[in-house]
Design a protein around this ligand. Structure first.
Ligand SMILES: Nc1ncnc2c1ncn2[C@@H]1O[C@H](COP(=O)(O)OP(=O)(O)OP(=O)(O)O)[C@@H](O)[C@H]1O
Length: 274
């Protein structure tokens, strides 16, 4: 972790109305690294990505990206910084009425007035990098789920971002596609000299490419370290999460206001189940 930090969070708090979602987050994402962010559903991982991308502002604490404090950045400064960020979401969010080529070309057309020749070269280069140059003329409806995710990956990379956010990049894919996307995330990160933050529930695949990981629970970081260190962690919460155990410190039951027997009019015998 000696490299300079590209993203740094210091004592970040964030609330939704009265509900505290993040309660004092400290994180450091070194330049060039792939850092994973894991934790129970609803634990605030997507919120954290949005805070790093500057689309949400913390209630208190500081978020710095490329040495810029996001809270004090001007509108123009934020716009320039965001242009250097790429995002890939679980739902590839391709434009269904545009070809694969046009989907990848979209960010370039939006930000630059380049001639068709250079645009074509750049788009085909990115499609080649994800193994889909031959699919440039297809429509999204003609792609498998894994191919669609790769097109979205090419689009996220087309502006050569310095920082790439992945929110559940493996969800809904078959095991072969998961392996392909994971390999591409690592390969493209290194080829572009980028830095990546991966939110995922897929422990095995994520740890196969991550340099460092954080586990989030109850609005706090409960464990951090290299994948090897996290897997050897003696935290019950970390073990429950990484081992995929349904019950543990994070309870299976969402808390109810009254007990089960009372809710059913007293007709349940203790211990009786389905
Ligand atoms: N727009 C919103 N308005 C109000 N509450 C929200 C909003 N977005 C998220 N939340 C709440 O903030 C909390 C954190 O949500 P977030 O989406 O960051 O969690 P997550 O860890 O990414 O979950 P998942 O793994 O299920 O995607 C949740 O309790 C969620 O209900």
């Amino acid at each position: 972790m000696a490299a300079e930090a590209l993203v740094e969070l210091e004592n970040v708090h964030f609330a939704r109305g009265p509900r505290m979602v993040l309660a004092g987050i400290d994180m450091r994402v070194p330049q060039g690294a792939i850092v994973s962010l894991m934790g129970a559903s609803g634990g605030g991982k997507t919120t954290l990505l949005n805070l790093m991308a500057g689309t949400l502002m913390p209630r208190s604490g500081r978020v710095r990206v490329a040495r810029e404090d996001l809270r004090t950045l001007s509108f123009d400064g934020m716009y320039r910084l965001r242009r250097r960020m790429g995002m890939l979401f679980q739902h590839s969010a391709l434009f269904t009425d545009s070809s694969v080529f046009e989907n990848v070309a979209f960010p370039l057309r939006r930000h630059f007035r380049w001639g068709e020749d250079i645009l074509r070269k750049l788009v085909l280069m990115k499609l080649e990098a994800v193994g889909l140059r031959g699919a440039a003329g297809l429509m999204p409806a003609e792609l498998s789920g894994g191919m669609g995710r790769r097109v979205a990956l090419a689009r996220a990379m087309v502006m050569d971002p310095m920082l790439i956010f992945y929110d559940e990049p493996f969800t809904g894919l078959d095991p072969i596609s998961v392996g392909i996307i994971a390999t591409l995330i690592r390969r493209l990160n290194d080829a572009l000299g980028a830095t990546s933050i991966v939110v995922s529930h897929d422990v095995r695949e994520t740890f196969s490419i991550a340099d460092y990981g954080y586990i989030l629970a109850g609005g706090r970081i409960i464990a951090e370290g290299t994948p090897e260190a996290l897997q050897a962690s003696d935290s019950d919460l970390a073990r429950q999460f990484l081992g995929g155990q349904p019950d543990g410190p994070v309870p299976f039951h969402y808390p109810a206001h009254e007990d089960y027997a009372t809710a059913l009019g007293g007709s349940v015998v203790a211990g009786e189940g389905i």
